[in-house]
Ligand binder design. Structure first.
Ligand code: PLP
Length: 359
């Protein structure tokens, strides 16, 4: 039985993407590879209509965290003072990266279930202490969609550069690429873009890359090196060629399905169906619908039930859901509607939900 992944990445693949991944053996020093790399770098900028002169997509091998760490270590100059917004696991991960690499930073902390306190954030930015703000767009911990354009607006007002973790939102939510404050965002191939794991990338302003860190903080994670080679049809290290093949196919599908807007509408429709199905059994979402991303919804575990029973019950039907992280394990479970999920799959999921939650 095909397992349908309702965890927030890696996602269920379309047959075409799965086949594309193993369609060809490619040497990364041959022109066929460089054509693929060029095509992909252009296509990634086109997802949000980014100007090819001003922006660059820099590809590298690794998971979403690789892109995040590369972005932070490359785009924060040695003199940078970073402010980090935390309202979940991934915001806290940004601070951890800054700490490991000795990037001077402070945090605006929130509880994992809290929205960003924009007034508190603005007061911190208004102190004039910070050169960069780093935040998570879609905080996958709870499914909360932080307001990226509001963050960009605050950064503009205070002359601060914005670095965004858009790992679980790029391809399915609106992004503030028109804001001059946005310097870069970190992304993976295997979430909203429906590619396979192994490839991640940073979409960054070329001038931010040019004014980045010197000397490098890392050999592998230093984006200017990747940029220099990729701009000249090269690559500094062995890239995950199969992931590039898969992502090319996945981006063609994204375009056929109406780009990020089409994908957002599709995710939102499926998420609503799941929400309605669960509400029939008194399973309540953690957040208001308008605070949640279209990508993932967190639900409270109803009294008298537990995560293992829900997970195992749904897995018997071929659906993999996701537990809460950290302290939220006992309180909630999460269902993502990313990936190649059909109406038929959702119909079966609703039937499975009925069996699992019926008392
Ligand atoms: C998935 C995710 C990441 C990266 O996770 P990896 O396991 O390294 O791919 C980072 N930030 C957010 C918001 C995510 O959802």
């Amino acid at each position: 039985m095909r397992c349908i992944l309702l965890n927030p990445g890696p996602v269920s693949l379309s047959d075409a993407v799965r086949k594309a991944a193993i369609s060809n053996d490619l040497c990364h020093r041959e022109p066929e590879y460089f054509e693929l790399q060029d095509e992909l770098r252009q296509a990634l900028l086109d997802v949000y209509g980014c100007d090819h002169e001003r922006w660059a997509a820099v590809l590298l091998g690794g998971s979403g965290t690789t892109a995040l760490e590369a972005m932070l270590t490359s785009l924060a100059p040695r003199k940078a003072r970073l402010l980090v917004v935390e309202n979940g696991v991934y915001g806290e991960r940004i601070s951890r990266i800054a700490e490991i690499h000795g990037i001077a930073h402070e945090k605006v902390q929130h509880g994992w279930q809290d929205p960003i306190d924009y007034e508190r954030l603005e007061a911190a930015l208004a102190s004039g202490t910070f050169s960069h703000l780093a935040a998570v767009h879609h905080e996958t911990t709870t499914g909360r969609l932080n307001d990226a354009s509001k963050l960009a607006g605050l950064c503009e007002a205070h002359g601060v550069h914005l670095l965004l973790d858009t790992v679980s939102s790029f391809g399915a939510e609106d992004m503030p690429f028109d804001s001059p404050a946005l310097a870069g965002c970190a992304v993976t191939a295997n979430k909203c873009l429906h590619g396979i794991p192994g490839l991640c990338f940073v979409v960054a302003r070329r001038d931010a890359l040019a004014k980045g860190v010197e000397p490098p903080r890392s050999l592998y994670l230093h984006l200017p090196l990747w940029l220099e080679k990729q701009d000249k049809q090269g690559t500094p290290f062995t890239p995950p060629v199969n992931s590039l093949l898969a992502l090319r196919e996945a981006l063609r599908e994204l375009e056929r399905h109406g780009g990020w807007r089409g994908r957002r509408a599709r995710y939102a429709k499926l998420a609503r169906q799941v929400r309605d199905g669960l509400s029939g059994f008194d399973v309540q979402p953690l957040l208001e619908e308008d605070a949640s991303s279209c990508v993932l919804t967190a639900y409270r575990i109803p009294e008298g039930s537990d995560y293992v029973a829900i997970h195992d019950g749904l897995k018997r039907w071929g659906f993999v859901i996701y537990a809460g992280q950290g302290g939220l394990e006992k309180e909630m479970f999460r269902i993502s509607t990313m990936g190649d999920i059909t109406d038929y799959d959702i119909g079966r999921l609703l039937a499975a939900i009925e069996t699992v939650f019926k008392r």
